[in-house]
Design a binder for this molecule. Structure first.
Ligand code: UDP
Length: 247
C-alpha cells in the first residue's frame, strides 16, 4: 500500500534510489553519440522524482559510444584497454546529462571512478551521500573503474554502497517479458520476479553479478521503460510499473 502524508498527497516509498541508464537511452535509436532531446527527457523524469524529495544517483552506461568487448573483438585492441575506453565513454554521457539537468535547474555533480580532475569529481562515498542529502543529483561515471564488468554491476555496487532503497534499471521495453517482445507478439510482461528467477533462468535483464549483489544486500530492482513519462515517479511511489525483482 502506498503511504499518504497529512495533506493526503502520496509519499514516496523509496527515499534514495539509483537509476541505471544505458548509453543507448541517451542517443538516437540505433545511432552512435548523444541526442539532446533524449537526455532532456530523462532529465525531466529525474527532476520529477527529485520534486518528491527523493535522493537520486544516476549510473550512466557508455554503449552509445563504446562497448569494450565489441571494440576488442573488432579491432584487436587489448580487451582491458577497450574496457577503459568504454568507461571513458560513460564520462561523456555523464557530463552531457549534468549539463542538461543543471540547465533545467537541478543542481548536479558528476563523480567518476576514474580520476579526471578537470572535468568532474572523483567518486568518494561520503561526499556522494552528502551531495544527495543536499538535494543534488549525483551522476556516477566510469562504472566501477575496473575493466571486464559493465555499468549494471557498477549500479548495483553503487546502490549497496550508498545505502539506496531501490535500483531502477531503465530499458527500451516495459519490463521483463516471457520472451523478447520485439520478436514475439505473444510475449507477456512479468509484474514481478524473484532474484533467483532472474539468475537461474539467465533472463538477461542485468548482469548476473549485479542481480546477485542486489539479492545479497536486499536491494529491490525495478525494471521499467523510462521513455514513458511518469514511470520512474510511479515506481518510486510504489505503484505497479514494469517488473519488480525482489525476494
Ligand atoms: N566498463 C568497464 N567497467 C565498468 C563499467 C563499464 O570496463 O565498471 C566498460 C565496458 O567495456 C562496457 C563499457 O564500459 O562495455 C560501457 O558500459 P556498458 O556496456 O555497461 O554501457 P551500457 O550498455 O549500459 O550503455
Amino acid at each position: 500500500m502506498t503511504k499518504k502524508t497529512q495533506n493526503d498527497s502520496v509519499a514516496p516509498r523509496y527515499q534514495r534510489v539509483v537509476l541505471k541508464i544505458s548509453g543507448e537511452g541517451l542517443g538516437k535509436p540505433g545511432n552512435c553519440g548523444i541526442d539532446g532531446e533524449a537526455i532532456r527527457r530523462i532529465a525531466m523524469e529525474v527532476i520529477s522524482v527529485r520534486e518528491l524529495g527523493v535522493e537520486v544517483a544516476v549510473v550512466v552506461g557508455g554503449g552509445n559510444f563504446i562497448r569494450g568487448s565489441t571494440v576488442a573483438s573488432e579491432s584487436g585492441i587489448q580487451e582491458a584497454t577497450a574496457h577503459y575506453m568504454g568507461m571513458l565513454a560513460t564520462v561523456i554521457n555523464a557530463l552531457a546529462l549534468q549539463d542538461v539537468l543543471e540547465e533545467l535547474g537541478q543542481p548536479t555533480r558528476v563523480q567518476s571512478s576514474i580520476a579526471i580532475h578537470s572535468a568532474c569529481e572523483n567518486f568518494i562515498r561520503r561526499r556522494c551521500i552528502r551531495h544527495l542529502e543536499k538535494g543534488r543529483v549525483v551522476i556516477l561515471a566510469a562504472g566501477t573503474g575496473r575493466p571486464f564488468v559493465t555499468t549494471d554491476t557498477a549500479a548495483a555496487l553503487a546502490a549497496v554502497e550508498i545505502n539506496a532503497d531501490m535500483l531502477l534499471k531503465a530499458t527500451k521495453v516495459d519490463g521483463v517479458y516471457t520472451a523478447d517482445p520485439v520478436k514475439d507478439k505473444d510475449a507477456k510482461l512479468l509484474a514481478s520476479l524473484s532474484y533467483n528467477d532472474v539468475i537461474d533462468e539467465r533472463l538477461g535483464v542485468m548482469d548476473v553479478s549485479a542481480v546477485d549483489m542486489c539479492q545479497r544486500n536486499g536491494v529491490p530492482i525495478a525494471v521499467l521503460n523510462l521513455m514513458k513519462p511518469g514511470n520512474m515517479k510511479d515506481a518510486i511511489l510504489g505503484q505497479d510499473v514494469g517488473t519488480m525483482i525482489n525476494d
